[in-house]
Design a protein around this ligand. Structure first.
Ligand SMILES: Nc1ncnc2c1ncn2[C@@H]1O[C@H](COP(=O)(O)OP(=O)(O)OP(=O)(O)O)[C@@H](O)[C@H]1O
Length: 305
């Protein structure tokens, strides 16, 4: 499959010498949704800006649709759509006027009504931008990014400020675009969003990519967890030795890479000994846990542990 986005050993140093992106390599294939996740200040926006051609890397190479997005901006810009974190429109214009104004600077723009329908703003076309809610403004940002029928769509935190329904609508729309062949690169703080949308993702931390792969690959490295409480008078020491259990009072937590076997063994033991496992909860590792572990490492490093 062809790679639509390629970043190789990319670095970005700001004036003053701070290196926000410290050598990252990744690629995004045609028709793929790729999510960049990371703690605050990890370098996601600094990276996406390089892909959008807004700045030039201090080292390494960036290619979008086979071109250098900074040096060959005119070849790349008409083929990409960019949804920024803050649209910053003139607030006295109506929604339709804003879209038309933007369409004037866009090659091959969709009709304004079509772009607004796509993001669920069809009924708000005559409303002034300043009267829109935060979530509606985000959708307007998205409509503008979609205007030029982009082959590559960059979404910086697309669902920030949206309610649960708006978020799901946006996910549906992004999946639909992907299914129609659009390549999507998004940054997000919502792990649920990355899990639901991304074909592949990378977790960034302090300017580096710490882990990357499909959501299933990223979580597969982490152990699953079984939790329950033992009844009074049954110490955790009575559990089978093969189950590596950690107990706090009556609460027990087992971490395992073999969830099915460990759970089977636990349930067999409970039945044979007649012990009731209160509040039994078994779950596979989630992206959230993978992410929190990385964020935790950050705190450890910061305090020098
Ligand atoms: N213009 C700039 N000059 C100097 N440092 C900057 C500049 N812009 C960003 N930084 C720093 O670069 C680092 C990465 O910032 P960036 O905005 O890329 O992170 P992010 O992962 O997008 O964070 P967030 O999730 O908070 O949006 C941060 O430490 C930030 O303070």
């Amino acid at each position: 499959m062809t790679n639509v986005i390629e970043a190789e050993d990319v670095r970005r140093t700001y004036a003053g010498g701070f290196e926000a992106v410290t050598g990252i390599t990744f690629s995004v294939a045609a028709g793929e949704i790729f999510a960049l996740l990371g703690t605050n200040g990890a370098g996601k926006t600094s990276t996406v800006e390089l892909l959008e051609g807004l700045a030039r890397p201090s080292a390494g190479t960036v290619r979008v649709l086979g071109h250098d997005p900074y040096a060959e901006r005119s070849a790349v810009r008409p083929r990409i759509g960019v949804m920024l974190q803050e649209g910053g429109f003139p607030s006295d214009l109506t929604v339709t006027e804003t879209v038309r104004m933007w369409a004037g600077c866009t090659t091959g723009a969709r009709p304004a009504g079509e772009a607004l329908e796509m993001v669920g703003l069809g009924g708000r076309s005559r409303v002034r931008v300043k009267q829109l809610s935060g979530g509606e403004k985000r959708r307007l940002d998205l409509a503008l990014a979609l205007l030029g029928r982009p082959e590559v769509l960059f979404l910086d935190e697309p669902s920030t400020g949206l309610d649960a329904e708006g978020r799901r609508d946006t996910w549906e729309l992004v999946r639909g675009l992907r299914d129609a062949g659009t390549t999507v690169l998004l940054t997000t703080h919502y792990l649920e969003e990355a899990e639901a949308l991304a074909d592949r993702l990378a977790i960034m931390h302090r300017g580096r990519i710490v882990t990357a792969g499909t959501p299933a690959e990223v979580t597969a490295e982490r152990p699953a967890r079984i939790r329950f409480s033992l009844p009074e008078g049954v110490p955790a020491g009575r559990l089978p030795l093969t189950l590596r259990a950690a107990a706090t009072g009556r609460r027990v937590e087992i971490r395992t890479h073999g969830l099915q076997d460990a759970l089977g063994e636990l349930l067999l033991w409970a039945r044979e000994t007649g012990v009731r496992l209160e509040g039994l909860d078994a779950r596979a590792a989630s992206l959230e846990e993978a992410f929190l572990e990385i964020a935790q490492d950050e705190r450890n490093e910061t305090v020098g542990v």
